[in-house]
Design a binder for this molecule. Sequence first.
Ligand SMILES: Cc1cc2nc3c(=O)[nH]c(=O)nc-3n(C[C@H](O)[C@H](O)[C@H](O)COP(=O)(O)OP(=O)(O)OC[C@H]3O[C@@H](n4cnc5c(N)ncnc54)[C@H](O)[C@@H]3O)c2cc1C
Length: 460
Amino acid sequence: MVNRTAPTESKHAIVVGCGPAGALMALYLAKMNWLVSVFERHPHYGQRPHPKEGSTLPSRRSYNIVLTDRGLQALQQAEVKLPKDQHILLQGNVRHSSKGAKFSSQFSNAVSINRETLAQILVQAGYDRFPQQISYHFEHHLETINCEKQLVYFNTPTSRKEETFNLLVGADGVSSQVRGAMTEQLDEFSYQQNRDQMMFKVCQLGPASKLPDADENWGQCFHTWPSQQPTTLLAPPSPDHSLTGVLILPQIGDWTFEKLNTHQDVEKLFQDKFPDVFEGQSLPLPFVQDLLTQKAMYGGITTTCSTLHGGRNIVLIGDSAHSVWPSLGQGCNVALESCQVLATIMAQEKGDLATILHRYTTDRKPDVDAIGRLSEQGFGGNRRAATRLFFTKILALMLLNRILPSFFQKPALFQISNAKVRFSEIERLMQIQNRQVSLITWSLLAIVLGIFGFTLAGIG
Ligand SMILES: Cc1cc2nc3c(=O)[nH]c(=O)nc-3n(C[C@H](O)[C@H](O)[C@H](O)COP(=O)(O)OP(=O)(O)OC[C@H]3O[C@@H](n4cnc5c(N)ncnc54)[C@H](O)[C@@H]3O)c2cc1C
């Protein structure tokens, strides 16, 4: 439905970046009667036609993301419906290993959707519902900001533009230039980043039905090859039931992208690590060429900002504010949830913009900091030992919960997708559970040593 109330002149927001976070925040702002200008450096998602002309095909190298409750609720609150033919409602997870493939109901009811498609759906919603309020400007690359004078400068292929704002939303991703300018110009603002040691490339694995022993629902399942860590292949399905894979390799080790230079290298990697993907067949030439010519991207970076806002009217949202390692599959979910949190505060808070943004930092920072730290504890990086310890603890807690359910809760990490439980609460519960596991481990060790001591004394 078109919103016909005219926004006031003092409510002009500039959103830099039209990824999932920027595109969703634009909808929330328009719903609250802001006039919104969205600037994106890329042309219409990989040079495809204007969204109004009906293209929905993402580029070959755009990856699928898995949205769980947090992300889905944020979309729902903004009244965004994902078209049925552009996403997949997952039925479960298929874990592939040398022992075969195993189905579990994990991820059932989560949604697999291409990142570009998601952004495009959100842009389309803006065109349809708020044609007078939101304007989209593609091929506009943010050059710099003057925080004090509230000015933003963009470069287009043909010109340089200056814009003013009442609210500036930095949604320009993990390498955010908005955040960079805030660091340079605002005394009280700073940030830190921590990079894991993984790189990734996107690859099209073909129909899920072609995998050995494929079940008929495999085209609606999230496929993973976790046992080969740190070399990993993750493949959420696309609407046509084919699998878009993300091949993740460490920067140091037997298999790195630097060592992957020829057709034979790629064949060998798949034979060694993921033999069931192209079982017994040579790899398709376009698949290999695509992998060899693609630039490897950094896998995981956590971003921790001193505040999520700067000055009286600049705010960061999504990866620019709080990117996380992909280990828990939460980046986009957190990004969308932050839009919902900010919009809720804006709707509730009666104070001025500065008060609203301050409250956003106070309310949201403990949670985004917590998910950043949690993402660094799981797999990711060349930290095999830490990873094993992490999973051993989770397994120990599952066992304890099964044996003594009244004393031991299920691992708190299992709540990660539950939008009702804050990330900071999950982290707090995990710390308690870690202490419980340590206590039990030390107690068991003490008992074993005691028995051993008594036995030795008896022999003596
Ligand atoms: C391989 C992979 C798999 C992932 N899987 C999942 C998953 O399963 N679940 C999940 O929740 N998350 C997942 N994520 C994380 C998720 O993709 C990100 O967290 C999410 O895209 C963040 O959205 P964003 O809008 O904040 O940033 P981005 O998606 O990075 O969008 C930022 C936008 O800003 C634009 N921009 C940047 N600089 C400028 C500039 N100077 N001027 C103008 N525009 C600019 C960019 O072009 C881009 O469009 C995955 C990430 C990767 C890499």
